[in-house]
Design a protein around this ligand. Structure first.
Ligand code: F6P
Length: 364
């Protein structure tokens, strides 16, 4: 049997682990694995411009430890799901036809799509034209309702934590405040876990509206207590008065997030008089080697995807529930975003240890 695998959307630590897991489980069954280059674009291969290669146990050996993806990936491209007539999501018919041709020409019995909600939505469109799709959820943002944790998230949280340790020492030396911007889109998981782990004094996330006054109050209290360094973590998707602070306007219908740390540090320095610097951690959160948890989760996702193929469960995606790998329909998986619950125990624990979410006056 021949199967294909591709990853699409932003890269994520652990993608290579998924590939290695799938290749290991598939080749153990005597199957051949086609790895498509550059996301869905690889499906637009033609005999004189093939955009795939055969993946074997030997050429994937220990790639689980490598960051990025050996297959490359594309965020925007020919498969960008466009909002067509009546808000319907559409991929051009020619693109769908060419994808089907490739799958038929290579004799693929299944295609594993590793991606976030956008890529899984594209996978559903391919499923609708009859392609045998199995999904694997992917994102550092940890915002997919399908699964308790996505691989890559804990690596990103570790990067935040490690860098807060570094920023703390320089902030201490200079008696400065550091405003540190982290990724996560509209979910605060990276800010929350990275911030708690790295000892942030204030954590500002999209799910908990904050006021500048509350942040200032907390900062001034810490100063009055004699704390030399102050660390404020802010998620790129956090809002002020319900408004996103971004550098860019819409890019192909999707706002490119980023810029709130700059804005906030200027405001906080002006109001408090404390010398302040900002730091945008950016794509370092996505790069580099995955931590052990993400390697293990990645290979489990790959192996589980192969099991789903064997069971003929097309249109399903792999999901981590508790400690078990399970599966669910892709359409259910992309329906809900997994966001931080502001009443949850983790938020409560953070508050207990003195972390401010900048919302104290809103709680009263
Ligand atoms: O979804 C993952 C993510 O890293 C977000 O946290 C971030 O907003 C976005 O991708 C960045 O995308 P790009 O790589 O296109 O700049």
């Amino acid at each position: 049997m021949n199967i294909g695998i591709l990853n699409a959307g932003g890269d994520c630590p652990g993608l290579n682990a998924v590939i290695e897991g799938a290749v290991g489980a598939a080749t153990a069954r005597g199957w051949t694995v086609y790895g498509f280059y550059d996301g869905f674009e690889g499906l637009l291969s033609t005999p004189d411009n093939e955009r795939w290669r055969i993946l074997t146990r030997a050429n994937c050996l220990n790639i689980r430890a490598q960051g990025g993806t050996i297959l490359g990936t594309v965020n925007q491209g020919n498969f960008t799901v466009k909002s067509g007539v009546g808000g319907r999501m559409e991929i051009a018919k020619e693109v769908l036809d060419r994808s089907r041709e490739t799958v038929e020409r290579l004799g693929l019995s299944a295609l594993i799509v590793v991606g976030g909600d956008g890529s899984q939505t594209i996978g559903m469109e391919l499923r609708k034209i009859g392609l045998p799709i199995v999904g694997v959820p992917k994102t550092i943002d940890n915002d997919l309702g399908a699964t308790d944790y996505t691989f890559g998230f804990w690596t990103a949280a570790c990067v935040v934590s490690t860098n807060l340790d570094r920023l703390r020492t320089t902030a201490y030396s200079h008696q400065r405040m550091m405003v540190v911007e982290v990724m996560g889109r509209h979910a605060g998981w990276i800010g929350l876990y990275g911030g708690i782990s790295g000892g942030a004094d204030v954590i500002l996330i999209p799910e908990i509206p904050f006021t500048l006054e509350d942040v200032v109050r907390k900062v001034e209290l810490l100063k009055a207590l004699g704390q030399r360094e102050i660390i404020v973590v802010v998620s790129e998707g956090a809002t002020i008065g319900g408004k996103l602070i971004t550098l860019d306007e819409e890019t192909k219908g999707e706002v490119r997030l980023g810029g709130i740390a700059n804005f906030l540090s200027t405001k906080l320095e002006t109001i408090t008089g404390i010398e302040t610097r900002y730091c945008v951690l950016g794509h370092v959160q996505r790069g580099g080697s995955p931590i052990p948890f993400d390697r293990v989760l990645g290979v489990r996702c790959g192996a589980k995807a192969v099991q789903l193929i064997e069971e003929g469960k097309f249109g399903e995606t792999v999901a981590l529930r508790g400690v078990d790998m399970e599966s669910m329909p892709i359409e259910d998986a992309v329906r809900t975003l997994h966001l931080v619950d502001k009443q949850s125990q983790i938020v409560e624990a953070a508050r207990e240890i003195g972390i401010s979410f900048g919302d104290e006056s809103l709680q009263a």
